[in-house]
Design a binder for this molecule. Sequence first.
Ligand code: ADP
Length: 879
Amino acid sequence: MRRIRSSIQQKVLLLLLSLALPPLVLVGWLGLAGLQRARETARQEGIIALSRQAETALALRAQDKARFYDTALQNVQQQVEALAAYAEDRYAAPAAPLSSDVVWVAPAPNPALVAQYERQVAYAQGLIPVLRSAVAANSLVSIGYIGLEEGGIIAFNDPTVVDVLATYERFDPRERPWYRQAQAAGATIWTEAYVDANTGTLATTCATPLYDAQGVFLGVLAFDLLLATIQDDLLMVDFAQSGYAFLVGDDGGVIVRPDVLTTDVRWDEPFQAENLRDSPSAELRAIAEAMIDRGQGVQRLEINAQSSYMAYAPITTAGWSVALVIPAAEIVAPAEATGLRIAAAQDQLRNQLIALLLVMAAAIGILGLLLSLSFSRRIQTVRSGVQAAAGGDLARRLPPAGLDEIGELADAFNGMAATLQEKVAELEQNAQQLVTLNNVSNELKGMLDLQVLLQRIPAVICERFGFDRAALYLVSGPQLRVVGAAFGPDSAAQARYFMEVANSAPLRIDGSSIEADVVRSGKAIIVDDPWNHPGVLQPKQAASASHAYVQVPIFGREERVIGLLSADYNRTQRPIQAQDAAQLFMFASMVGLTIENARLYSDLERQVAVRTEELRAALAQAQLADQRKSDFLASVSHELRTPLNAIIGFSTVLLDDLDGPLAPAQREDVQSINRNGRFLLHLINDLLDLAKIEAGHLNLEPRKVDLCPLTAEVVDTVQALLRNQRMSLHNALPSNLPLVCADGDRVRQILLNLLANAVKFTNQGTITISGVTLDEIDTHGKIGRCVAISVADTGIGIASERHKSIFEEFVQVHERRPQVRGTGLGLSIVRKLVEAHHGRIWLESAPGQGSTFTFTLPVAVPEHVTSTACNGRAPGAHP
Ligand code: ADP
């Protein structure tokens, strides 16, 4: 089955279609509105057309009715007149005998009256048969009769009518309206509606007077038309349900109308019909006038609160008019029905449209849902794949995700993951190689014995890089010699044999062998077919029997090739690949330096051994000389001090005049002897101290020392020296300083030395002693409390570049001055004494700005304050 490819663009198009739904709804709505307007227009136009058509038809109908009625009335009138002519003729004929037919004689028939008017009765009886046949021939005529002037006789086509008349008290035809009106008119007349004496219903009569040959009035012949019959036969309206027709007389009175067919008026009472001229409707009154004027037309008007059409036309014969009435609603009914049908169709259309829209909306919704579901599911799959890849799972592949862009994305992802996996594998392999190289490098670096290293290198190539056999060549002068070979386990003999064969005719670097080529070019070479290669020495090839091998150069310092490595897969017989060569190449470049280092190291070791021996001998000599010097110094100093003390003592006795007064010149000489003796003693003491310190004989006696009284004592001593000088000594040591752990005599010596220097190198100003407590970190990182004592002067100062050397022996910074004597040993001893107390000394000074020497002493541990011996760190443990 072929799958249809649908792109996201197409899907977006589909989505857009769904956006087109609202305009569709709008168009549908506009269509419906248009249909609604069309329906209204159709209805209106239909009504107008139907009204016009109805008006025309109605007018024609009215005229037809008038004509038809005229003809019918004319028929009746012609019959009446023909019969009258016949009756007049018969009157002139000889009198006929009486018959049995019943006639009326006014006021009521009786034999005497019949006998009296025998001739007239017989005449009337003789006309009955013609009356009967005439009435029978015309369905409109209900009754035909003839009334005679003489005797008030009346004969009917139907003699039973006489029986009806007999029920009345009295009846005289000569008093009836039809008789009077015809007699008065002297011509045929049509009466107004009146109550028929025979039927008691409304009727109209066509009556014509009879005359004899001399023109004497004989009587009246008349035919009755019952209004109900007229209504049924003539005025029947068959084209409208609630339409009707009626007759209007020549004076506007209604003759026949469906609602005035019966009456309660008796036959001998006058009947007064409704007259249209008296109508409250002006329109109706106007129509009545038009009818009286014999006019015809059609008009719309309100009749009984109903909009109706009325058409009218004149009837010539009777001077009446016919009127037709049809309710307007009935005329426009078809148009209304059409409108309703359109509305129904429109409703149906709207419902269908709405249903269609709903179905479309639902379909688009479902389609959209399915689409988005399919998208999101597939995107989810792609995302999980990407997340898996990001989490390191590169083996994960996505299932086929369709033929659209997402599918392409999934395929691209799979491709990318595969490439990544390959690259990562490659990287891992490289990293592994690097790790191997690093490990190998570390292993080899530790081998300082060159011979061991050279044997180990080919073995490492087999063990760590997977080769089966390897050989190491090194450049030796113009030759290339095999210095190590590994042919795999249990193949040491073969390796040795190979080395022997190879070195029996060493390769020359300037030769044409492959090896020489590698050394000269510095490039790796893979030999695929060594048996047939012109650059392969065949004896060596026969010894190795290699199927293929790779050779890479070994670089030493300054990119110099110092040898080469050769390796093959003799056991597996697999071909040599480029990456095998690359791997070996990397190893070779690392190995070069290792070999050179090992070579250097073995040289160095030799040299160091010689030098060490020389130094050891020199050191022994020096130590001996030093010991001798110290011993000499100690003994000489001791020997010198005894006579010196005697010189100083006796000269002091002389100066104190204890042996008698001295002459001034003598006093001056003795003073010189005393001063120089003291200086010499000072010098010897210093030297002795130094000698002691250097000989390790400085024994401190650490105690808890209160610095305040000690310093005050020293200050007093020095103060005596300052008499007559332009400087003052100021003791600013705080009284609350903690006790220090020190040898009090040595601290005194330190202070005296520093103060003596300050006095020596200050011309005027102040010398100040101050102290603070500090926390100091020792060389082991431990924090210890100590007291720092400073001796500051306002003297000549010292340049910063001399600050360090000043503490060395025999260093004097300033020009010698006659009044200032010094040995250059004072500060050196001070430093050594301070350091023997685990303290330190430093200097802050600049030329012309004075000098401040500060030294520290450790604070004694508090819990032993009361005892005199120090605990913890005991100063003087070493010099
Ligand atoms: P010296 O016996 O010469 O004083 P020192 O070791 O005590 O030997 O001093 C070394 C030198 O350091 C002095 O010669 C002097 O030049 C310099 N010196 C020491 N103390 C001071 C000081 N307070 N002011 C200036 N220079 C000083």
